[in-house]
Design a protein around this ligand. Structure first.
Ligand code: DPP
Ligand code: ZN
Length: 873
């Protein structure tokens, strides 16, 4: 395996003045002609004369330099690198290559999706189109001419503005696109297809009219309105909140069914996975609408954080992704319910990213090495990366942070830069020393912050001690102390006021942040009449594990009284978690489950709380999930934990049955559906009530009638999810068959239908295999693979973790098939096997066996090889 290191970075030898491309699309192949003006990079004082270009799966027709054709003795082409020696200082490089998009199942480079040509170039897909310096620090203007059959491909698109178009002989036509902004080739895009277009116009704050176009297959036109409105909201929000104005006259989005990622921010021509753009209330859930809006925002926001200012190299990926995820999460928070958005984000981080940090793929948000960069489009780079930006925002406050981001965009516009460049801007505008903060970019793992408190009634003295540490990760046995912002308040139980924290050295009054920078730090208060209740790490101000062994009554107090919405939620989670972990030890030793009546009381008071919104109630009353809990337990026994969760939910359902039912009935109204925070909150609370009731057996009628009467996909999918868990085989089959019959023409509905079934508690491996035989399944379509195989491996713990190892074997079989077709998708699926350390000995060994079996495959892609090797080392 060839490992690439950050420390080996060198500036490119040659820069590009302009890239001109011609694509001649024919049924059997596509001919790509490139015309590239190179000049020696003035920064390279060693005056290089060797040109290195990347190229993969290309058939060479001709190569030339300054119009002199090269023969194969002029160059070498080994392992993706075409190397031409003795080139002049400035020269024209031309290549004619043949590619075969119809055979391209990797979905990188140029490929076909439902008869439409489209591209995906990030991270290193452009090298499958033509020879090029495929690295983000080589930026160029692009002019692209596309020629294709007029009937089959009436729509021809690329980045920038349309310069020319017209008809050619033989019923062919052409279009020429020009992108005036310099960009790296990973932002290149091309589409040729037969598409309908939804149009609108956005007038920027500067008064410029921007044409907006969303291209879809004609049968999807009725599902484009929401994406269009989301785009308009994104453009407006980025002007208001970040001062970022759109720069071209045209912004296009194209929906494709075959896509490895969610969406791609190509300059002026975003390409989206259909599932993340097409929506209407009949087929899209509340969660789906929110996700679509946020991804439309995310890709649009990349126009500045990613395109205008891009990454120097792929180690800096979090520079654009962490920042852009932060931006899209603020977008959602500003538009909807800030507290609920924060809760959702932190949940994702704690269940998925913390697990990554604790597993074999642990890496800093700026990794120092990789084998295959596609393996680093991770929760760590994205979500933890966003948390690191959020910490900067917390440390600086909104006004100063905005000054920092303005400075960053201004100073580095048109450049390819590093994460240090970003942090330095934040340092300059704030005057804060962020040297230690930079460790967040270089050290992997989730820091642990232990808290100890002591109150002495006689002297009125209260001390709060913080101790930080971070467990070792691969290649990083020792970690240095992090700069951890701990947003906090000390609450006075007697009168609900907060203690005055002005006197604390490390405390910043403006931001309410305590700066933890040492391994250990202590705060002391004198002259208190009673012990305060500490509300720490408010809003989850740092991505750390807070360990604070405190009396349960304090959690109950915070659950009832904390005026920080996130911490109120967190207090409830702590109560549930401690109950579940206590009971887990009892069940693991063969004991019997016993519900804690204090927990029921606490839940009851949440239900009766009149200041809490429906959305908050739903969030607070949801138990920590299987995946999160299994991370808290050493060598978890899957059966014990699943059994525990089931018993606990059943007891909660029983104890509060009348409340769940009353609330369900009250919330189950027939208002006309709208995707607005108040309704979304109602529906999420309603879903929770019905989910608890479903544990009691006698409510299946309620579930089926909700299914039958549902006027929107949120309700319909709730019912379908609960039905998928039930053991009533006949009823389940009838409902599933009916659903498919009704919706089989709608790809997004079929994908959801497959996914719900695959996650169903009563769906066995045999059922999964049967689903893969269903006419709607296709292993070459990533969404289908994710819906069935991914949902099963990540969302069906009961059957995936079957004791006999059959779930693991099944997954390994699929990984081996996909390895040949689409390495990126194969590699993603490996994650479910790599966390074997978490599980009991029997399961652990069976998972390792399957990893070895995969490892023995002779044609293993470097994507899969890297993950498997790291896991087994
Ligand atoms: N398209 C992916 C994203 O926006 C990769 N850049 O995150
Ligand atoms: Zn992104």
């Amino acid at each position: 395996l060839n490992t690439i290191y950050l420390k080996d970075y060198t500036a490119p030898s040659f820069l590009i003045e302009k890239t001109t491309l011609t694509f001649e699309i024919f049924p059997e192949y596509t001919l790509v002609r490139s015309h590239i003006l190179f000049s020696q990079n003035p920064l390279r004082t060693d005056l290089p004369t060797q040109l290195d270009l990347f190229g993969v799966d290309l058939e060479i027709v001709s190569l030339s330099i300054d119009s002199i054709e090269l023969s194969d003795k002029h160059y070498t082409w080994v392992d993706e690198v075409l190397c031409i020696k003795n080139v002049p200082t400035n020269f024209l490089f031309e290549a004619v290559t043949k590619i075969y998009p119809d055979k391209n199942t990797s979905l990188e480079g140029l490929y076909l999706s439902n008869g439409m040509y489209c591209t995906q170039c990030e991270a290193e897909g452009f090298r499958k189109i033509t020879f090029y310096p495929d690295r983000p620090d080589v930026m160029s203007e692009f002019e692209t001419r596309i020629e294709a059959d007029l009937n089959d491909y009436p729509t021809l698109l690329s980045n920038g503005n349309l310069l020319d178009s017209g008809e050619l002989e033989n019923n062919r036509h052409f279009a020429v696109w020009q992108d005036p902004f310099k960009k790296p080739c990973y932002l290149f895009a091309l589409v040729a297809g037969d598409l309908d277009v939804k149009e609108d116009v956005f007038t920027t704050v500067e008064g410029k009219k921007v044409e907006l176009k969303i291209f879809v297959e004609s049968h999807n036109m009725h599902k484009t309105e929401f994406a269009m409105q989301s785009l308009i909201r994104s453009m407006k929000w980025d002007e208001e909140r970040f001062g970022r104005v759109y720069d071209l006259d045209l912004f296009m989005i194209v929906a494709v069914d075959h896509f490895n990622m969610g969406a791609m921010e190509n300059k002026g021509l975003n390409i989206f996975n259909s599932a993340l753009v097409l929506a209407d209330e009949a087929t899209t859930t509340d969660a789906g609408f929110e996700r679509i809006e946020s991804v439309i925002g995310h890709e649009y926001f990349h126009n500045w954080s990613g395109n205008r200012v891009t990454c120097r190299d792929w180690f800096q990926l979090s520079l654009k992704e962490g920042f852009t995820v932060f931006r899209d999460s603020e977008f959602t928070a500003d538009l909807h319910d800030r507290a609920v958005k924060r809760i959702d984000d932190v949940k994702l981080l704690k269940t998925m990213q913390f697990a990554e940090d604790a597993g074999p793929m642990a890496h800093p948000i700026r990794p120092s090495s990789y084998v295959e960069i596609n393996n680093f489009y991770t929760l760590t780079v994205y979500e933890k990366g966003a948390e690191v930006v959020r910490m900067l925002h917390t440390l600086l406050g909104e006004t100063t942070f905005r000054k920092g981001s303005d400075l960053y965009f201004d100073r580095f516009d048109g450049q390819a830069v590093t994460t240090e460049d970003f942090v330095v801007c934040m340092q300059e505008v704030s005057g804060l020393n962020l040297d230690q903060f930079q460790r967040w970019y270089n050290q992997a793992g989730t820091p642990i912050v232990e808290v100890f408190e002591h109150f002495d009634q006689a002297s009125g003295k209260y001390t709060l001690k913080f101790k930080q540490s971070c467990p070792p990760s691969i290649n990083q046995p020792e970690k240095l102390a992090f700069h951890i912002p701990i947003k906090m308040a000390l609450m006075n139980k007697a009168d609900q006021t907060h203690l005055d924290l002005t006197a604390i050295d490390e405390f910043d009054m403006d931001t309410q942040v305590y700066h933890l920078t040492q391994d250990e730090q202590m705060i002391t208060f004198e002259n208190l009449t009673s012990k305060p209740v500490a509300s720490l790490l408010r809003d989850f101000s740092a991505p750390v594990k807070l360990v604070f062994d405190r009396p349960k009554v304090e959690f109950a107090y915070l659950l009832a009284n904390d005026d920080n919405s996130f911490n109120q939620f967190e207090a409830g989670q702590s109560l549930m978690q401690s109950h579940l972990l206590e009971q887990y030890s009892i069940l693991a030793k063969g004991g019997e489950y016993q519900m804690d009546s204090d927990l029921i009381d606490a839940m009851q008071s949440v239900l009766a709380h009149d200041e809490l919104s429906d959305a908050k109630k739903a969030a607070i009353l949801t138990l920590p999930n299987f995946s999160y809990l299994s991370d808290q337990i050493d060598q978890v026994d899957v059966d014990v934990l699943l059994n525990l969760l089931k018993q606990c939910k059943t007891q909660i359902a029983k104890a509060l049955e009348q409340q769940w039912l009353d609330n369900f009935n009250a919330l189950n109204d027939s208002v006309e559906y709208a995707f607005v925070a108040s309704q979304v909150g109602k529906r999420s609370f309603k879903a929770l009530c019905l989910s608890y009731l479903s544990y009691l057996g006698q409510y299946s009628g309620l579930i089926t009638s909700l299914y039958e009467s549902a006027s929107n996909m949120t309700d319909r999918s709730l019912a379908l999810n609960l039905i998928a868990n039930s053991n009533n085989k006949n009823q389940k089959q009838a409902i599933n068959a009916g659903f498919y019959e009704k919706w089989k023409q709608d790809t997004q509905m079929v994908e959801q239908w497959l996914s719900i079934q695959s996650r169903g508690e009563s769906t066995s491996i045999a059922d999964i295999k049967a689903l893969m035989q269903h006419e709607s399944f296709d292993i070459k379509t990533p969404n289908k693979v994710r819906s069935v195989i991914g949902s099963f491996a990540m969302g069906n713990p009961l059957h995936f973790h079957a004791k006999d190892g059959s779930g693991y074997e099944f997954l390994a079989d699929q990984i081996l098939v996909l390895n040949e077709l689409n390495p990126q998708i194969a590699s993603r699926l490996c994650a479910a096997l790599t966390h074997f350390k978490r599980y009991d000995e029997n399961r652990k060994l069976k998972m390792i066996d399957q990893l070895h079996r995969i490892d023995q495959c002779k044609s293993l892609s470097k994507d899969v090889k890297e993950i498997v090797t790291r896991s087994l080392q």
